[in-house]
Ligand binder design. Sequence first.
Ligand SMILES: Nc1nc2c(c(=O)[nH]1)N[C@H]1C(S)=C(S)[C@@H](COP(=O)(O)O)O[C@H]1N2
Ligand SMILES: [Mo]
Length: 208
Amino acid sequence: MSIFDQTNSRREEEQKMQEEGRLPPGQSLTQKFPVLTYGPNPEFDPETWNLSLFGEIENPLMWNWEEFRALPTITITCDIHCVTRWSKFDTTWEGVAFRHIAELAGIKDSAKHIIAHCDYGYTTNVPVEDMMRENVMLAYKYDGELLTPDHGAPVRTLVPHLYFWKSAKFVRALEFSTTDNPGFWEKAGYHNYGDPFKEQRHGRRGFF
Ligand SMILES: Nc1nc2c(c(=O)[nH]1)N[C@H]1C(S)=C(S)[C@@H](COP(=O)(O)O)O[C@H]1N2
Ligand SMILES: [Mo]
């Protein structure tokens, strides 16, 4: 296919997806899987890695890699939308449903926000009711394979209905918090919630 034909078929696909209500405003389709990470990829050592839960829960928990892999998983196919204007359709992920994690943790009514804490200090905040949606998970497989370092190995959150910066790579802890706490990009001026269909890109207009 020539570049011209490729561009045309992408446009047609975009138009179709827009009509089906799947392409948010201001987004373009990508077939590739772009990598967006602020800083280096952490080294993953399955012997020492762990994931912990803390805050407004009855049972503060910590899993090592083997324990985490033994938890029941779900597999979902969803669309993802990056604030830098690319969308990717029909991506398939496997991981542990956040709902299940919240149940194991004994989530308290006082937990209103979930803050993901990642290697190298990246954080992001999501309201608890959003995390409770059935396709929100701690993902460790993409397309049937373990995550690559570029895409967040070994574990990332996946919150497909919000802009993709809310899906935290290299996640090491989930904080169940009473108060909201804007994360890395939210503090830098991105929107606190980030609904792609409402184009909630920036928190303060003109900041970027
Ligand atoms: N720990 C961490 N998670 C992160 C980021 C990051 O820089 N560090 N970037 C975010 C952004 S802006 C996007 S668009 C997605 C990109 O995921 P991908 O590289 O797998 O496409 O990861 C998000 N999660
Ligand atoms: Mo992003």
